[in-house]
Design a protein around this ligand. Structure first.
Ligand SMILES: C[S@@+](CC[C@H](N)C(=O)[O-])C[C@H]1O[C@@H](n2cnc3c(N)ncnc32)[C@H](O)[C@@H]1O
Length: 262
């Protein structure tokens, strides 16, 4: 496991212990444990309904509805609504505390929904060609792309024929920020100090992925990119209120939702 990936895993465990719900949806007004759990899960229902309405409208729905995977599931905000559409759903997360909270908050669905803590930089716990639907929202952006690309390749390998992977990644940083701030972010100094316990407050990192590399991986794994619309996933006020955008309406980051069929 690379050093950067260890920082990613330890940062998310730290964020989960501090305030799991707020680290997932970072509305300033909800910081300090102020998320109402019902409103939080309602935001998940809304996001999944929007996704499936979009897939249906464009005739992109997966061929089968057997097993689904929610990659970077957090406390299961989205998993529980994916689970209502599939025979069985697995939520996977790198942070043990997220997985514990997800299992507790979704205990009512335990026959259809299970959670997996995965510290490995791969999806080897799932069989190849076994998943009908994979979803990942506001996750890969926090994983160093070198590692994140391995997970994306994992999505393609785990899909069964006719299966669908829907995942969001920022594809361009359009923030107007100075070179010093950019360099500081690149070196991840604050993140490193936080995981070493030398400063308080774990820091999320934001990463940008290359569209051409995702295209190449899809071709290599016999998958087709059906669409990659721009969305508002990276806006600070995202809060699960998913919208499809024109590229010109993107702020700070251009973020795309890749819809990939095997
Ligand atoms: C912003 S939260 C989003 C959670 C969930 N997707 C949602 O929208 O409700 C990001 C999640 O990704 C998880 N995560 C970060 N790196 C990961 C990795 N390498 N593997 C799996 N999960 C990861 C974090 O622990 C956290 O739960």
């Amino acid at each position: 496991m690379s050093f950067n990936y260890k920082i990613n895993a330890r940062t998310w465990e730290g964020l989960a212990q501090e305030d799991a719900l707020w680290s997932i949806l970072t509305d300033d007004e909800k910081a300090g444990g102020n998320w109402d759990i019902e409103a939080f899960f309602n935001a998940g229902a809304k996001e999944i309904n929007t996704i499936f309405a979009y897939l249906e409208k464009h005739h992109y729905l997966p061929k089968q509805f057997d097993q689904a995977l929610d990659f970077g599931c957090g406390v299961g905000r989205l998993s529980r609504f994916i689970a209502q559409r599939f025979e069985h759903t697995i939520g996977v997360d790198v942070a043990a505390t997220m997985v514990q909270q997800a299992s507790k908050l979704n205990a009512d669905l335990k026959d259809k929904l299970s959670f997996q803590h995965n510290l490995e930089p791969n999806l080897d716990f799932v069989a190849d060609d076994s998943i009908s639907f994979i979803y990942s929202s506001i996750v890969l952006q926090h994983i160093p792309p070198q590692q994140g690309m391995l997970f994306i390749e994992g999505f393609f390998k785990k899909l069964e024929k006719g299966g669908l992977a829907v995942f969001q990644v920022p594809t361009k940083d359009i923030r107007q920020i100075g070179m010093v701030k950019k360099l500081r972010e690149k070196l991840k100094i604050r993140q490193k100090l936080a995981v070493m316990g030398l400063v308080k407050g774990f820091q999320m990192e934001m990463n940008v992925y290359k569209v051409a590399e995702i295209n190449q991986l899809a071709v290599k794994n016999n998958c087709s990119i059906l669409a990659a619309p721009y969305t508002n996933h990276t806006l600070p006020a995202f809060n699960g209120n998913l919208q499809f955008l024109n590229k010109a309406a993107c702020e700070d980051y251009e973020s795309q939702l890749f819809i990939v069929k095997k």
